[in-house]
Design a protein around this ligand. Sequence first.
Ligand code: SF4
Length: 708
Amino acid sequence: MPSRALGGDAPSEREGVATHCAYCGLQCAMTLTGTSAADLTVSPRRFPTNRGGLCQKGWTSAELLRTPGRLTTPLVRREGELVPASWDDALDIVADGIVRTQTAYGHDSVAVFGGGGLTNEKAYQLGKFARVALRTSQIDYNGRWCMSSAAAAGIRCFGLDRGLPFPVTDIGSAHAVLLLGANPAETMPPFLTHLVRAADAGGLMVADPRLTPTASKAIDGGGLHLQLRPGTDAALALGMVHLAVTEGYADRRFIHERTSGFDDLWPIAAQWLPERVERVTGVAVTTMRAAVAALARARDTERGAYILSARGTEQHASGTDTVTAFIALALALGLPGNPGTGFGTITGQGNGQGGREHGQKADQLPGYRKIDDPAARAHVAAVWGVDPDDLPGPGRSAFELLSALGTDGGARVLMVHGSNPVVSAPDARAVSERLAALDLLVVSDFVLSETAAIADVVLPVLQWAEEEGTLTNLEGRVLRRRRALTAPEGCRSELDVWSDLAARIGCSTDFPTDPRVVFDELRRASAGGPADYSAVTWDRLDAGESLHWPCSTERPQGTPRLFLDRFATPDGLARFVPVDHVGPAEADDTAYPLVATTGRVLQHYQSGAQTRLVAELTAAAGEMFVQVHPDTAESVGLADGDLADVVSRRGRTRAAVRVDEDMRPDVVFLPFHWGGDARANSLTHAALDPTSRMPEFKACAVRLEAVA
Ligand code: SF4
């Protein structure tokens, strides 16, 4: 077995393989030791993001490699059943389906759905496969449901989207941190090491409808919990802008010298008097005032002040405007673009950042280029060796793509890679019906996920510790994923699958299968783009260099901190954008009097397709639950431990009642890690943000019903 590093991120003489976790965007560093899947063990490795820590998911991640349900042969559906087939037969079925369907209905009749967990190499190659081999515009991915509102707001206000425009370690020295809809105590516990100083200083502040473990930590340290009603985040932001200005905390010099548009935003914020905000959000004026004062105090004493957003604030039909409003708060306080202070968003998926930069988004080409930009099309087409006019234009966003499947004008063939939309899509029952209406559903996965289980063809592919590649973490740092094991016989890389399929459907363009070669092509395709990787090489990463994009020949050392001299807008100024509060798209009423919000628990990751395979994790958290205030439960005859149906206008979810007196009486919480009757996304709805096309996962109207 090759020797890899334990201290940094480079190979060393130490036994084991230095790599990073299978799951979230913190990309904790770990060493995998052993000779086979059966005896592989995980140990944490010191790295800036995790400082030697792992969460329970990371510690148990080697279990995935020996899961009994591992697929090692393709499956094809015959007479209603999925049965084993050879790779040749399975790929012939897929290729025949693609050619036959596109001949009859055109290029866009075949669609591709990717994932934020795919390596940079696979995200890039999937985009190229769609545009060059399939020539379809119909490609999007599940990251649309994760970071798209934060990304849209970042581009709108700063001219660039990189989740954290500073190293995560910068947060560690801050005495004031405002977390918006983030619960890292459960989603990425090692992140808490960067919040210790703020918590100890009484400056950790958490805006969340629930008293999460993170919010409890804030309170325990003398910090704040802003327990807002779901979907009122923008009102909270505007009220805090109002307080920052009227109470003298605004940084007038910063606003004058480094921003534009304050006079457009202020007339709206001026209307959000603190008492009005308290009525709308439920957050006391004194709490809002204390939060603004704490940020300003930490800024003025050079003790560090940060505002960080996450999915709780972003996953709304007005998510882009909501993040825009909180960026306005950060700009009013003069936090972005200065050392020791800042605004950022915490990326969720393992390659959420890199996955949204290199072409699997409907409107995008590699390097974070726009697909409707003629210069971008010309550059990327030259790298790919095709005519720019042959590249398709922008396609549909994730939910729009899925909800059009099998309809007139929608795709009739879908290929899914690294995603489980049967569980993770909003209004998942309706999406499942569209998937069932397809002529051909092809799913590449390493186990039979809920989506693979309804496919016509299932292709068994590699998983994390069986492949080489790169990922880009929440701070824009490119990392090496390294192979610790040879995959079971019968499994193939998606890079092989796309190369083989491209040839079978008659595409003459080369699709390399060596990830290092793919990355070198990605570097050329990204050169000159906003996310420029042209000077990042595997050799430099293997030598332990820490490379944050943009990393080009002009800036070969990379860019850990963005915006220190100027923002990425044409005039170099950050933008205040006039936005207002609109509230949730679906109002509660007498039939559906509660607001349901969804999220994660410590033991599980996203749709649970991976973590539900790990015995230790399912033993600790194997049951769907709904968290309810005791008065709310009692009002419908429910007690702790009872089974309840949570019912929305779209469907119902069965869950065990967990009574919690810290819940708001008008809110219930459900985790979204399970399928079947326990699928939280049977309730959610797909009101889409007009800019990002993010569905409103975090607020829908429901009622509780006791189960007899
Ligand atoms: Fe780290 Fe996230 Fe993996 Fe947990 S799941 S070990 S926080 S990368």
